[in-house]
Design a protein. Structure first.
Length: 248
């Protein structure tokens, strides 16, 4: 392990694109140094790291890994600790998402969706636990409003995110007082690139009290608040959904 790094360090999974990249930029701007995990998005992640290092030299570290490969997770953590000598927080952001209609869902789809959305966050948290305990750190899991109010044609994804929500509360109970564990459940903040499953986006937003979509920055701000500004908060899942869960 390298000498202990001066600034707090956060490991973000799936950090190279979309919401993960916005979380990375937000935490970096708040003074955190970052370990940026990616699976396939090497070019995006390296570009993000280069951009952030232009603002603060030697403040990022990129690490590739297949999170479904449980035997690889301790090595992934060892690389992060070898670079920084500490880990203050883990953001479980990486996620697979696609429809699995009942009648055609497969065991392979079950395994992939549960691996990224439930299995990997648990076992990565477990591998990170010694470092997080030493730092009296925190875990934030990216859940989803669909863990609570399922999305049609997506039963496996919804089930996996519900497992992640239960994990968030269970780990908060088991890891206190040393490590806080919370979640963020986004609503409509970034539409899928193919436009699905929100064929009638405006109708859905009209049923939302704030009547608009949110932004990745809204999610990233909640993650930052839970990590930095909420020392007496654990076991909570913040709904960042514009009030959507209040609508019928």
């Amino acid at each position: 392990m390298s000498p202990r790094h001066e600034r707090p360090v956060v490991l973000i999974t799936g950090a190279g694109k979309r919401v993960g990249a916005v979380i990375a930029r937000t935490l970096h701007a708040a003074g955190y140094d970052l370990a940026l995990h990616y699976r396939h998005a090497a070019a995006d992640t390296e570009l993000l790291a280069h951009s952030l290092d232009q603002h603060r030299a030697d403040s990022t570290f990129t690490v590739q890994g297949e999170l479904a490969d449980l035997e690889h997770l301790p090595d992934l953590l060892a690389k992060v600790l070898g670079r920084f000598g500490r880990l203050d927080a883990l953001v479980n952001n990486a996620s697979a998402f696609y429809p699995t209609p009942v009648g055609s869902a497969t065991a392979a789809q079950w395994n992939e969706l549960f691996a990224s959305n439930a299995q990997a966050p648990f076992f990565l948290s477990q591998a990170a636990l010694p470092a997080l305990r030493e730092a009296r750190g925190a875990i934030v899991n990216l859940v989803d409003i669909y863990a609570e109010r399922p999305l049609a044609q997506h039963p496996l994804y919804c089930m996996a995110k519900a497992a992640l929500a239960a994990m968030t509360r269970s780990l908060a109970l088991d890891l206190g007082p040393d490590v806080r564990v919370n979640g963020v459940a986004p609503g409509a903040v970034m539409w899928p690139s193919d436009g699905k499953p929100y064929d009638d986006q405006q109708a859905m937003l009209a049923r939302t009290p704030l009547q608009r979509a949110g932004s990745p920055e809204d999610v990233a701000g909640a993650v930052l608040w839970l990590l930095r500004d909420a020392p007496f908060v654990t076991g909570q899942i913040l709904r960042i959904d514009g009030g959507r869960t209040l609508s019928v």
